[in-house]
Write a protein that binds this ligand. Structure first.
Ligand code: ATP
Ligand code: ATP
Ligand code: MG
Ligand code: MG
Lengths: 224, 224
């Protein structure tokens, strides 16, 4: 499903090169429950941005669903991403001008789903993450962990093939975190490929494969 | 130092009342290392907003440093807060148009500190949180955990009497988190009052008093 060969990513800042990823080789198969851990600044979010096609590598090969991503133009890339991947950003990235329900409906709106069905599907997902009584709150009227759960619901509403979540439980207490991880475990059993970044061992223990990043490289891998 | 009596906070939304805090009684003495835990949505950030004078209670009494906060006008309240409290927000609240160094200098700029001393103090604090090589990065050019550490440095730069930090390690790996907590423990020994919100037991164990919030009330308190 996902194959990375010698992937490098350099950021340029005032002429200085920040080598965020220094040669990543990785394969992720369909249906896997995969987790990345590592120190702050080790390159986890940068790697998530490349796998999710939000950014392009400086060099190296990336094959997604059999397609060489470097050969795709911007529109084809966005189309492949919207169809395949659900994204939960580290900073949530919710629209502050839309309610919780409207935020979760957004991917369905882009997908051309009719209104009645859109509202029904979005509502079900918000109830599933425990926010059935917060549908009409705007992000600034929600707690940190509630905003995070709206972002999780939005990433799942389009029934993607792959869920990519960057620190999805960073603002959640352990009970709410367990509820979310149990939901992802069930979805994974039903066929969803899950790729997580976390710093919490209690979250990593749900996954079958844990990769440890250090200074832009994969230090080691553990299979559970 | 801080005394709350029957504090209540209601949010109004489309005519519906959301009772975020339902009668809080709490005293925090100078030099304490105090921690709040509780489920997502239980009212922790709302209580932090009231204690830090970022928001006013719907009813109840709040005495800060011997002053009845409800008797202070907006300017007097802001002055008391800037002089006394360093704040780390759950969503960092960094200025995206300023570099890491400029963000940490900001409280000193408001305080009228001359430029040379301002840059020196801000730089020292950024080095202390492990970001000496990221001074001129903008927030969007920093990882999530690096942004969080800039927010921690900014809250400490004015040598406040009280540090209030809402989930300060939510984006940090355990080693970086331990480094930050060791720094706060040392500052607490030197006299800094620390008030934390966290969902991580490994962070709560640094504090001497842990309060558990549930549905807008204090459920129980534990002394370590
Ligand atoms: N501006 C607002 N308008 C309406 N309701 C709000 C507003 N801000 C917060 N709330 C609600 O008040 C409750 C308490 O919110 P608060 O942010 O204090 O929770 P919290 O304990 O910090 O949660 P978390 O751990 O998820 O950050 C939540 O249910 C939230 O939906
Ligand atoms: N736009 C950018 N320009 C310059 N440097 C950047 C940029 N984005 C990230 N970096 C740097 O690249 C490195 C990797 O960042 P990344 O966000 O991938 O780390 P991370 O592992 O996700 O960290 P965290 O756990 O703190 O979120 C960091 O040192 C960061 O400062
Ligand atoms: Mg990150
Ligand atoms: Mg909160």
């Amino acid at each position: 499903l996902i194959r990375l060969e010698e992937i490098k990513k350099d950021y340029r800042l005032d002429g200085v090169i920040v080598p965020a990823l220094q040669g990543i080789n990785l394969e992720i198969n369909q249906g896997e429950f995969f987790c990345m851990m590592g120190a702050s600044g080790s390159g986890k979010s940068t790697l998530m941005n490349l796998i999710s096609c939000m950014d392009r590598p400086t060099s190296g090969k990336y094959i997604l669903e059999g397609e060489d991503v470097s050969q795709l133009d911007k529109n084809a890339l966005a189309h492949l991403r919207n169809k395949t991947i659900g994204l939960v950003f580290q900073n949530f990235n919710l629209l502050s001008s839309a309610t919780a329900l409207e935020n979760v409906e957004l991917p369905l709106l882009y997908g051309g789903v009719p209104a009645v069905e859109r509202v029904k599907t979005a509502k079900q997902l918000l109830e599933k993450v425990g926010l059935g009584d917060r549908l009409h709150h705007y992000p600034t009227q929600l707690s940190g962990g509630q905003q995070q759960r709206v972002a999780i619901a939005r990433a799942l509403v389009n029934s993607p093939k792959i869920l990519m979540a960057d620190e999805p439980t960073g603002n959640l207490d352990s009970q709410t975190s367990d509820d979310i991880m149990a939901m992802l475990t069930q979805l994974n059993k039903d066929g969803l490929t899950v790729i997580l970044v976390t710093h919490e061992p209690d979250v990593a223990r749900y996954s079958k494969r844990v990769v440890l990043m250090k200074d832009g490289k994969i230090l080691k891998e553990e299979k559970r």
